[in-house]
Design a protein around this ligand. Structure first.
Ligand SMILES: NC(=O)c1ccc[n+]([C@@H]2O[C@H](COP(=O)([O-])OP(=O)(O)OC[C@H]3O[C@@H](n4cnc5c(N)ncnc54)[C@H](O)[C@@H]3O)[C@@H](O)[C@H]2O)c1
Length: 323
């Protein structure tokens, strides 16, 4: 057995967003067709701290699991609010293949899913990307959106103004036009595509702030009883799309809470992303449609990203000798 350890710096150098988006799109189709095995993730609630998630899956001949902790209060200590580690195994033999830093992997795979959602659900003429919550995930969200769409302007709000400022400097370095706005309402009202990537437990936007034609993507998760959007956002959306209906119903407060209150029902969820990718359901059908995509985050997405990195490392090794 030859187990390799792939550290952060290597993962960063090996992942490219466009290539990963292609692989991820294929995996979403396979997920829809039942070729992906993915038992429910285990969530360990750590009182007063946050959660640890254990996420296994088997996809495209590889299996593995990621463990990720989400501790929003770490921000007060100047620490990352989440840490992740990935174990990759051979699906045929079960043999362990690699231990991979999970932080960059998570950020890229979550970005890739957002990119796919935007490709199918955003207006083709989308120009302005709004970001609420300018932390670590927000960077790969923007990276993916610039690959998937023609949008080149970004407007940002974060409760931590310094975080917003540093984000816009970084975005400007990518050649984008970037500015910090004063309120989340300002951002929501001016965006063609709006990403919520906060650690907030309570809604950060209201439905009546959304413009006609806007695509809203929420990736935040701070526990099953937390949410980033309010009831009116669900009610005002012409289409609600999720990565997995099962996961959204079980784990996403954004879907679960309004469902339990009777604000929406199960039929209010229009589609899973895979159904749209596979052409079984239509994505955007009109310029004025308001579409809400909830990304819960699925274990197979991590295995796909880990496979992507592992195969690149293996190719380098066989052409140039040991790492
Ligand atoms: N859907 C997925 O697959 C997936 C994957 C990874 C992370 N996440 C989630 O994405 C979110 C962001 O993760 P991260 O690693 O970027 O966290 P982070 O701590 O690096 O960044 C979060 C940012 O949100 C800001 N924020 C908090 N409350 C806010 C509010 N009410 N309004 C505006 N800004 C606010 C913080 O100041 C911070 O800058 C978390 O909820 C995390 O659990 C989801």
């Amino acid at each position: 057995m030859e187990l390799i350890v792939i550290p952060t710096v290597k993962v960063e150098g090996l992942l490219d967003m466009e290539g990963l988006m292609r692989e991820m799109e294929r995996a979403f189709r396979e997920f829809l067709e039942g070729h992906v095995m993915m038992p429910k993730r285990m969530i360990l609630d750590v009182p007063g701290k946050g959660n640890a998630l254990y996420m296994p899956a088997l996809v495209q001949g590889y299996m593995g699991f990621k463990v990720i902790t989400i501790y929003p209060s770490n921000a007060d200590k100047g620490l990352q609010t989440s840490y992740a580690l990935m174990i990759l195994q051979d699906g045929e033999t079960g043999m362990p293949l690699a231990v991979i830093d999970g932080d960059v992997l998570t950020a890229y795979r979550t970005g890739a899913v957002t990119g796919i959602a935007a490709k199918h659900l955003a207006r083709e003429d989308a120009r302005i990307i709004g970001i609420i919550g300018a932390g670590r995930q927000a960077r790969t969200q923007l990276l993916a959106l610039t690959k998937a769409t023609g949008a080149r302007d970004v407007i940002v709000y974060d409760v931590d103004r310094e975080a917003a400022m540093s984000y816009t400097s970084w975005a400007a370095g990518m050649g984008l036009t970037a500015s910090v706005l004063e309120t989340p309402e300002d951002v929501a009202k001016r965006s063609d595509i709006l990403v919520l990537a906060t650690t907030s437990k309570d809604p950060v936007i209201r439905g009546d702030w959304l413009r006609n034609g806007e695509l809203l993507i929420s990736i935040g998760w701070a526990g099953a009883s937390s949410r980033e959007v309010d009831d009116s956002t669900l009610l005002t959306s012409d289409k609600i799309v999720v990565d997995s209906i099962e996961a959204a119903l079980e784990e996403s407060g954004d879907i679960r809470i309004p469902l339990e209150k009777g604000v929406i029902d199960r039929r209010s969820i229009y589609a899973e992303l895979g159904e749209i990718v596979a052409g079984r359901k239509r994505g955007r059908e009109g310029l004025d449609e308001k579409i809400f995509f909830k990304s819960v985050g699925l274990a197979f997405e991590d295995v796909v990203a880990a496979k992507y990195v592992y195969e690149k490392v293996s190719a380098t090794k066989s052409s140039r000798g040991p790492l």
